[in-house]
Write a protein that binds this ligand. Structure first.
Ligand code: SF4
Length: 405
């Protein structure tokens, strides 16, 4: 049996693959997305679905069509989540597509907030802990990449170090002992080695570049194919980019789970205290993994979920609105406090979360002294990013000049 994982972000997906391999389950990411992805996505979906569904289903179908792959030996990873939008329908929808097109034997691994990875049986717990560590490590490597690449003096050197670091960390994670303490020690040691590699990259930091925050729908903002490599394009226009990480979503899901249990009067239930314990362990693991980077990330401290929800309160009260819209709206003021010069919200065309956020951004921008905030939508058709980002960066530069006076 082989688990096939959607390639949401190149580095993080390799570490997630390593988390499965660490518990003895074969896994691989979907192949890089391309025009065939869109062709198959369009063939197997109705056209009404969100763009991430089209990309994910197109990539899954590419895997199933490969003659070397036996569909009976494949399990597709498609997580489920509650929320205000269509995300919760992806897994049942994928099931119906597979059944309709002769792939009944293909299984779907569909973890959700209620049962985690219960399908993995006794391996669920070690997997979830390893996967969380992989998620935090993936965010750390992305941060190192984006804090370094805009200032490199030899083009391509940071990408090369990033590729090496992801490959080495994935190999170490696969082979690391599963005993939590030993595994953590092994991952931390390799992360330190990654840090050294990044520190050896030659950089020119004489000029601080405009700092642009990225928020938006998680798949579209993290998947370069879906967003036409917006981050790299922003860097070509002279920006340094600070995206919201994957961990942000996990902390939001944890906080929501606890809030809902309290709301239902279950604050003394086993489930509530299990969730509290999980949060405690996850926070402790996160702190341990971040510890070697405290100095490096001092000028880029990611906001904690409490700060984000607090900042969202005046615009979208988190106990009334739910989902990514709350995170996006709350993250903007938090990044503004940290000296950001502009925000890009990346969303799939027709994404409900992105549309709500776009309606609120003018008010947030006014409250933040005119901070430039721009929403970009993607649906697989080419967007003229040169024009969009060229103008946006001029506005961000003007804001930076004004703010630093
Ligand atoms: S977040 Fe947006 S793109 Fe994702 S499922 Fe919901 S509506 Fe669709």
């Amino acid at each position: 049996m082989k688990i096939v994982i959607p390639r949401m972000a190149d580095g993080s997906v390799r570490l997630l693959v390593a988390s499965f391999r660490a518990i003895g389950i074969e896994a691989e990411p979907t192949p890089p997305s391309d025009s065939r992805t869109l062709e198959l996505g369009a063939r197997y979906t109705s056209g009404d679905e969100c763009f991430p569904a089209k990309v994910t289903i197109g990539d899954f179908m590419k895997v199933l069509e490969e003659p070397k792959n036996d569909p009976a030996e494949i399990m597709l990873l498609m997580p489920l989540a509650d929320g205000p939008c269509r995300y919760g329908q992806y897994a049942p929808y994928l099931r119906s597509i597979l059944d309709k097109h002769g792939y009944r034997q293909v299984r779907i691994l569909s973890p959700n907030c209620d049962d985690g990875y219960a399908d993995l049986g006794h391996l669920a717990r070690p997997f979830m802990r390893t996967a969380w560590r992989a998620a935090v490590a993936g965010d750390i490597l992305t941060k190192l990449l984006l804090m370094t690449r805009p200032y490199e003096t030899t083009r391509g050197s940071t990408d090369e170090v990033y590729r090496q670091s992801v490959a080495k960390l994935a190999a170490v994670m696969e082979a690391a002992p599963l005993r939590p303490r030993d595994q953590l020690r092994t991952i931390c040691k390799e992360l330190r080695a990654c840090r050294n590699r990044f520190q050896n990259i030659a950089m020119d930091r004489r000029e601080r570049k405009p700092l642009i925050g990225i928020v938006g729908e998680i798949f579209c903002r993290m998947n370069p194919f879906s967003n036409q490599d917006t981050i790299r394009k922003l860097e070509e226009y002279g920006a340094e980019v600070w995206p919201a990480g994957f961990g942000e979503w996990v902390w939001y899901a944890n906080t929501e789970e606890l809030r809902l249990l309290k709301l239902r009067g279950q604050q003394w239930s086993l489930r509530f205290w299990t969730a509290r314990l999980r949060c405690y362990i996850q926070r402790r693991d996160e702190n341990s993994l971040l510890e070697p980077f405290l100095e490096d990330f001092r000028c880029r401290p990611d906001p904690h979920i409490e700060e984000i929800l607090d900042a969202a309160q005046p615009y979208l009260p988190p106990d009334g609105a739910i989902g990514e819209m709350v995170l996006n709206v709350g993250t903007v003021p938090c990044l503004a406090r940290r000296g950001i010069d502009g925000i890009i919200d990346i969303g799939p065309f027709t994404c409900m979360n992105s549309i709500v956020c776009e309606a609120i951004y003018p008010r947030i921008s006014r409250d933040l002294g005119g901070l430039p905030v721009r929403s970009l939508y993607f649906d697989g058709m080419p967007v003229d990013l040169d024009m969009e980002l060229g103008i946006f960066m001029e506005i961000a530069r003007a804001y930076k000049r004004r703010e630093s006076r």
